[in-house]
Design a protein around this ligand. Structure first.
Ligand SMILES: Nc1ncnc2c1ncn2[C@@H]1O[C@H](COP(=O)(O)OP(=O)(O)OP(=O)(O)O)[C@@H](O)[C@H]1O
Ligand SMILES: [Mg+2]
Length: 380
């Protein structure tokens, strides 16, 4: 059972079915991408404890596989006690939904390097934090994703607004923010890390990415890390995922600044920047997730060539979506597009992704950019 049926869920569903699984796709709206390829679907509010419990009990799945953060995690804890496996574990799903919990675990418990940070529970506390930490600071709700409610703050005058912005966009009733030192990084990466039922923890080659307003725009693999940086990132990812436990693939995010490798956050599931692995690797992040869940061996992970992804965004609100320019986008060799199949769009919504492979990263990026640009999302 997939909790969340977006583009990542769709690829998980396809990978699961190719291994002979039946897939139940859940989301808050009908005809979501993963539902289009699943065996069964359910439309529900997955943050509602009763609704979630009812649907899980109705189907009694072998595995519950979260695809999104916003879930009724207390229900997952209960369900796990009843013997249904939550991927990677119910507790991990709960910890990673809250920036403070994963940050405390990584930094305070394991001593892993992060940006300097502090929490605040009201605007006055945030002003005190600003005074103590200095500027620039990034203020984020502890519960949010995709950059929602985040503000880069340069002076104490702007903290009040940053507090209000964070609280207005926070998920649920949470009234707590994290203020983080702004890291002027050279590169940010996702290290896909796989915890298997049997066998050691595996890593994919690091994925570099660019974000705008907290949303990923492009990614590439391999990212340009030296041996020391890579080994530091791997050892931190290993330490954190070992502490969290369970099986499956994790997307562990780091900032790279000189010799410093700084842990940022992690997804206990395939990562959007990892869509590039559909082009770059012998096994995509989705296939790796499934193999880890089902206890299927992963004899090797190989990178075919330098690869890149570029998102295809909608420019406007559209009720009945159609696409133009696919034939232009696919003129080049080793290029593909994934149209996610979202039934409607809002300005800036991610509707698809272009993927390319080439001799080097620069060429792969250029090809992916060109393909994405060729595609127009329009009202039918
Ligand atoms: N302390 C920081 N210093 C510099 N940049 C940062 C910092 N924190 C976040 N960012 C930038 O903002 C992006 C989004 O931040 P973060 O990953 O914490 O948010 P998110 O809402 O969980 O996003 P997502 O769900 O898309 O991963 C980061 O990928 C990075 O580009
Ligand atoms: Mg992130």
């Amino acid at each position: 059972m997939l909790l969340g049926s977006g583009e990542l869920g769709k690829e998980i569903a396809i990978a699961a079915q190719r291994l002979g699984c039946n897939v139940i796709a859940c989301d808050r709206y009908a005809n979501a991408p993963a539902m289009q390829v699943a065996d069964y679907f359910e439309v529900l509010d997955m943050t509602n404890e009763n609704q979630l419990q009812l649907i899980i009990r109705k189907h009694n799945p072998d595995y519950v596989v979260p695809e999104i953060e916003a879930l009724a995690v207390n229900t997952l804890v209960e369900i796990e006690k009843e013997g249904i496996e939550i991927i990677p574990t119910a507790k991990t799903t709960a910890i990673t939904m809250n920036r403070d919990q994963i940050r405390d675990l990584a930094h305070k418990k394991l001593g892993i390097k992060t940006a300097k940070f502090a929490y605040a529970s009201n605007a006055k506390e945030l002003v005190a934090v600003g005074k103590q930490m200095g500027f620039p600071l990034i203020v984020k709700p502890v519960m949010s994703s995709s950059g929602k409610g985040q503000t880069l703050v340069h002076d104490s005058k702007s903290l009040e607004l940053a507090w209000e912005t964070a609280i207005a966009s926070a998920r649920g009733k949470s009234r707590k923010v994290i203020a983080e030192e702004f890291i002027d990084f050279e590169l940010e990466i996702t290290l896909l890390t796989i915890r298997q039922r049997k066998g050691e923890t595996l890593f994919c080659q690091p994925i570099g990415h660019e974000q705008k307003n907290g949303d990923y725009q492009c990614s590439w693999q391999p990212a340009e890390l030296n041996k020391k940086q890579l080994s530091l990132a791997q050892s931190m990812a290993h330490q954190i995922t070992q502490e969290l436990g369970g099986v499956g693939l994790f997307g562990v995010e780091f900032f790279i600044s000189g010799d410093d490798v700084i842990f940022s956050e992690l997804s206990p599931r395939p990562h959007d920047t990892g869509l590039v692995t559909l082009m770059s690797q012998n096994l995509s992040e989705f296939e790796l997730h499934l193999r880890a869940i089902l206890g299927i061996p992963i004899p090797e992970i190989t990178l075919q060539d330098s690869s890149a992804s570029r998102v295809i965004l909608s420019n406007s609100s559209i009720e009945s979506v159609a696409y133009r320019g696919i034939e232009k986008a696919l003129e080049e060799p080793n290029t593909s597009v994934l149209i996610f199949g979202k039934p409607d769009s809002k300005k800036g919504r991610r509707m698809g992704v272009a993927l390319s492979r080439a001799k080097n990263i620069q060429e792969a990026k250029l090809k992916a950019d060109k393909a994405a640009k060729a595609i127009e999302v329009f009202e039918l």
